[in-house]
Ligand binder design. Structure first.
Ligand code: SF4
Ligand code: SF4
Length: 383
């Protein structure tokens, strides 16, 4: 049997401390890597990154044991970590005694001997060198994987330049491979549900940078030694069937999590009452609708109302791409000419031609360009 604690308290530091103690506390020494979610330049409290108050409370617990707390994460490919550190407010952990690491240029090649698909990759050296890891995801919806929880949070340890390969390998199984590799080092998973980004969606009518439709503030912290059990309970908390989460299903199947779960704490059995508006319910279907030949005529006017008049129709987007060669990526919205997609493309398949990107014939379908486009201008054609 495995324990999952759920503690609700408006005092975040107390919520963290109580939730940790309810699963037996921690006993750490040496260097402890605390790994929050700093995936994008959104402020603490947005529900899209880990609440800095949660991280500060963990830094204090680790420092009180005489261990050395270090904190780090790298955002999605193409985003500047320093800007993300500034925007999230994570530098405040230094006042609490933590050291903030930027390992942009410090990764190490590793082999994953038991992996099913991700046989080798490149990981942040501090994760390999740390004596222990405390995994600190934020609980949020994710339009690809339903929730972004404990196992997915570990993706931030993979060198950004090699993340496209993990996407190409299917995301779920390779991330379970990664969890299996790191599991012996992860002493705790502390999930931040103090703020939850509800109905997280791409910023356009397709896969792309995320925005929260709305954010709730349930003030809950959830803790377990077992990331799979924690993700399973977290899914239920936001009313998603854990069996629908491929990553959780695979991890249980591979024996990496204990399905005999006991919940403890004053918020056990909680349903965090995420309410979805009509638009919130529609959004997950928008990508499929907008990129479908038959449904685009219905989805396009709706997409323009939700996302703005710059969203073009599928026909217009296809016309823009006529000279661009075979690709599943199209320019669907207004390109701000920032060049992020050009620099991020691992296949060097994109060039800026005047006021729009053009795609070559070498696409490996990693969809990183669509993910990082800050204006949500790029879309994926569904076939
Ligand atoms: S053009 Fe293709 S290879 Fe390049 S980033 Fe986009 S999806 Fe990946
Ligand atoms: S498509 Fe997006 S990422 Fe690429 S240059 Fe235009 S705005 Fe920037």
């Amino acid at each position: 049997m495995t324990l999952v604690s759920l503690v609700k308290d408006s005092d975040t530091s107390k919520a963290v401390k109580d939730a940790v103690e309810l699963v037996g506390g921690i006993d750490v020494k040496g260097t402890v890597l605390i790994k929050p979610n700093l995936s994008c330049a959104k402020p603490s409290g947005s529900g899209l990154v880990t609440n800095v108050e949660v991280v500060k409370a963990i830094v204090k617990i680790v420092a009180d044991q005489g261990a050395k707390p270090v904190v780090g994460d790298l955002p999605i490919l193409g985003w500047d970590p320093k800007k993300v550190f500034d925007a999230t407010g994570i530098r405040a952990i230094e006042d609490a005694g933590g050291e903030l690491l930027d390992w942009s240029d410090d990764h190490v090649e590793i082999k994953l001997p038991n992996a099913k698909v991700l046989k080798k990759t490149s990981l942040a050296r501090p994760a390999i060198q740390a004596d222990a890891i405390i995994n600190v995801p934020v609980l949020k919806h994710h339009f690809f994987t339903h929730i972004s929880g404990s196992m997915k949070n570990l993706f931030g340890l993979v060198e950004p330049n090699v993340r496209p390969r993990v996407h190409v390998l299917g995301l779920d199984e390779p991330l379970v491979d990664l969890y299996e590799f790191l599991k012996p080092k992860i002493v705790l998973n502390i999930m931040d549900a103090t703020y939850i980004a509800q109905s997280v969606r791409p910023s356009g009518p397709y896969y792309g940078p995320t925005e929260a439709e709305s954010v709730s503030n349930p003030n809950v912290v959830m803790v377990s030694r077992d990331a799979v059990a924690l993700d399973s309970i977290a899914a239920g908390v936001v009313r998603i069937n854990p069996n629908d989460i491929e990553m959780v299903r695979i991890a249980f199947e591979r024996g990496l999590g204990d399905s005999d779960i006991k919940m403890v704490g004053n918020a056990r059995g909680s349903n965090l009452k995420i309410k979805k508006s009509l638009i919130g319910k529609l959004l997950p279907y928008m990508a499929d609708m907008w990129t479908s030949e038959s449904l685009n005529s219905v989805a396009h006017p709706l997409a323009k109302r939700i996302y703005g008049k710059e969203v073009v129709s599928l026909k217009e987007a296809r016309r823009e791409m006529e000279n661009a060669g075979p690709s599943d990526i199209i320019v669907a919205g207004e390109c701000k000419k920032c060049g992020l997609c050009v620099n991020a493309c691992p296949a060097k398949n994109i060039a800026l031609d005047g006021d729009r990107p053009v795609f070559g014939d070498n696409c490996i379908k990693c969809f990183i360009c669509v993910e990082i486009c800050p204006g949500g201008a790029l879309a994926i054609i569904r076939k």
